[in-house]
Design a protein around this ligand. Structure first.
Ligand SMILES: [Zn+2]
Length: 413
């Protein structure tokens, strides 16, 4: 049995590797204030448990090159679940963020037994992985709505018809695994912190375009949640007091003007589309050179550019990433977006990079799983007892009823 101080050191080293990417033993010792001997011992244990791995050596000035260490893939994994109005996407994500076995299931969130169906689907997936779920650290769910507290997991999502649904507690009780639930864009940001931009940036913005318009704000390596978990609701910033009605009940919100539904309505008004056409038909019309379709998307880009400029001026990020299904038509948004964004930023900051990222079920489920994966690296303790359980499952070689069936070395006590 490891001593509590060793467990603490293991968690601290994993946290550092999880948030900083690759680093040498010397850097670990300096940043955690540990002795070189302790770091050597702890990293040896973590490597033998398959949680850390030795990467390429870093060049050094004089002396021999420093061996870099980073998080490794391991038999421990998390389930990532994207809950959408028409489907569930579920994947099995390894510790280093590798997505395995993505599956997509029909889902009707408004049906009487939606939660039972979700539970049964997850139980079948867990059964397919290892029977007793012992290699699973926990289940992360990303939902298109508000979640006050990921550890509680009470969901308010108009688009799913869910009001005050205690999703986290119900799943935890039925499946006997740690469960964390968050807004899906916050979940994307959690994945970016662990596996993407977070390795190079401490402050960045994520904006999503598509059916909804969303944002996540990462400041000092942490996803900013606000007082009620509702930070980043970019889609409901007011744009036009005389604009169309929004799903939130107000008028002229950004999402009511440049969300998919609003763009399709605009296309109907302008005679580009008929009543049965969809957003992908609008994209196709623009691709084929229809000037009205292109003008609608360029105008949406311009409005988005102004809104993002406002957010950049408030938050001062190093970079902006745009995700969401709407990015498939980015070439039509960009001519409006770029000049509007740059024009509304001060000269010193108007070269801020804007990166367009793909969004598909793989990305969304990796994000949901990152809610679980980032918990052992969360020094704020926001996940409370769920976090303690996840950490225990991560640092224990024999989590649950597991025996050493994955060919990993025996624990170094
Ligand atoms: Zn609104």
């Amino acid at each position: 049995m490891a001593s509590p101080s060793t467990d603490h050191h293991r968690a601290a080293v994993l946290a550092l590797a999880g948030t900083s990417g690759s680093l040498s033993r010397t850097e670990i010792a300096q940043r955690l204030g540990l002795s070189p001997a302790t770091v050597t011992q702890v990293t040896k244990e973590l490597i033998s448990h398959g949680l850390l791995e030795e990467l390429a050596s870093a060049p050094s000035r004089g002396g021999r090159p420093a061996q870099l260490l980073g998080l490794a893939g391991s038999p421990k994994r998390a389930l990532g679940v994207k809950v959408a109005p028409d489907r569930l996407a579920i994947s099995d994500v390894e510790l280093d963020g590798t997505v395995r076995d993505l599956s997509v299931h029909d889902f009707d969130p408004a049906s009487a037994d939606a939660l039972g169906h979700l539970t049964d689907t997850l139980a079948a997936v867990i059964d397919g992985i290892d029977g007793d779920g012992s290699s699973i650290l926990g289940i992360g769910l990303g939902v298109p709505g508000g979640v006050h507290d990921p550890a509680e997991g009470v969901v308010n999502a108009d688009i799913l018809g869910w009001r005050g649904l205690p999703l986290g507690r119900r799943l935890r009780t039925s499946l006997e695994l740690p469960v964390l639930v968050d807004n899906d864009v916050n979940a994307l940001a959690a994945a970016d912190c662990l596996y993407g931009r977070g390795r190079h940036h401490r402050d960045f913005l994520i904006v999503t375009i598509g059916a909804g318009i969303g944002a996540a704000i990462v400041t000092s390596d942490v996803v900013y949640r606000g007082a009620h978990g509702d930070a980043g609701e970019l889609g409901h910033t007011p744009v036009d007091p005389h604009g169309p009605e929004c799903v939130c009940g107000n008028r002229g919100c950004l999402e009511a003007i440049i969300g998919d539904r609003a763009l399709v309505s605009a296309a109907h008004r302008e005679g580009v589309l008929t009543a049965v056409d969809t957003i992908s038909d609008l994209h196709t019309a623009a691709d084929q050179g229809d000037p009205t379709a292109r003008a609608i998307l360029r105008n949406a880009g311009e409005i988005l550019g102004r809104s993002v400029a406002g957010l950049v001026n408030i938050v001062d990020p190093e970079t902006v990433a745009i995700y969401g299904e709407g990015t498939t038509a980015w070439q039509h948004w960009r001519p409006g977006f770029e000049p509007a964004l740059r024009a509304h930023l001060p000269a010193l900051r108007n070269h801020i990079p804007v990166e367009i990222d793909r969004s598909d079920d793989q990305t969304w489920t990796q994000g949901a799983a990152a809610l679980i994966m980032s918990t052992p690296f969360d020094t704020t303790g926001a996940a409370r007892e769920q976090g303690e359980q996840i950490r225990a499952r991560l640092t224990s070689t024999h989590s649950g009823h597991q025996d050493n069936t994955h060919g990993r070395p025996e624990p170094v006590a």
